[in-house]
Design a protein around this ligand. Sequence first.
Ligand code: PLP
Length: 408
Amino acid sequence: MDTFYDHQLAQLIEQEEHRQYTTLNLIASENYAPAAIRAISGSVLTNKYAEGTPGKRFYSGCRIIDEIETLAITRCKKLFECEYANVQAHSGAQANMAAYCAFLKPGDTVLSMDFSAGGHISHGYSANLSSQLYKFTFYTVDPETERIDYQKVDSLAQQHRPKLIIAGASSYSRIIDFEKFSAIARSINAFLLTDIAHIAGLVAAKIHPSPVPFADCVTGTLHKTLRGPRGGFILCKEAYGHLVDRATMPGIQGGPLMQQIAAKALCFELALHDEFKKYQQQLVSNTATLACELQSRGYRIVSGGTDNHLFVIDLTEKGITGVEAERTLEKAGILATRSSIPFETKRPMICSGIRLGAAAVSTRGVGDAEMLIIANYIDEALKKKSDDTSLALLKDEVAAFLEQFPVE
Ligand SMILES: *Cc1c(COP(=O)(O)O)cnc(C)c1O
């Protein structure tokens, strides 16, 4: 077959590559996957159908595919020290849907974290399918400390008797006590699902306590702190393995994305090495340095700081909304996500806060000293929010700064 070359698309991809390298990415859910992982994602494995699991396929020609998926599963189990793993989920939201499908019947009650306190859309957000299938009730954070109030979670659990409790968030900067969640779940005979989509890399590097000993099921993504290909995974006890496999396929998915599963196998392998652990340590240190510096410049950090790879700034006192801050920063070549704050009063498109994370910049080799420079860029940009000329100048400065930190 003649190689078809699409100039239009090639040009757009080149432009996107340039954008990724020349902007300061503080989007907490993004990272730069290594070139080897990206190459595998673009391999011939995309051609193969392999519905089923290794050794039990609904297609012929799966001998090598079986070896690849087995490798991914074995490495995933080793990395997270778990009994059982399914690596087929197309994304984190799919992993959660599969977990619901495995452990719940439509109409069952679920207790999860409120969206504005940091929960994820797939945890029963009103516009997500999960909220139509199951009866969600929510816990939030303590209004004073802005941390999870485990006693409140317990009393809500006793009151609503959910079949499933979800622990895990998208915008929560503190350690989550999975052991406490597990005690609460056990006291009412509920299943515990822990969603480590954001903190998977920290858990893999043992910087955040692992939920594996405490949870019935763990879901996660590879493309955030784990620095892998886009996709999800599910961990569980051996006894639930069959349920989870069936919930994934035929429950909610068809054929697995074998090119992604092979890339996941490499991601899990890389995460087993010392270099990855060092990266995670630097990531947590960088995030704390950024939060601390911004705090000293008068920004209010939700919960007063961070233990992980992200934090949320409450911009209410600064008289700027989350969406305004997001747009202003983008004009200065800095990318961040507007974010709700606990007990949010603004609409989700507006928001009162901004979420910052250091996963992507840490991959570029940025250290604590540079985080102070980055804090200055953020502060300067927000102060010059109505001055497009200054923001454009700042954007050039940011791009020049990033030249010292090339992306692989
Ligand atoms: C990012 C995230 C997900 C979903 O990941 P996708 O791959 O975007 O579907 C699920 N749960 C939490 C807590 C997340 O932060």
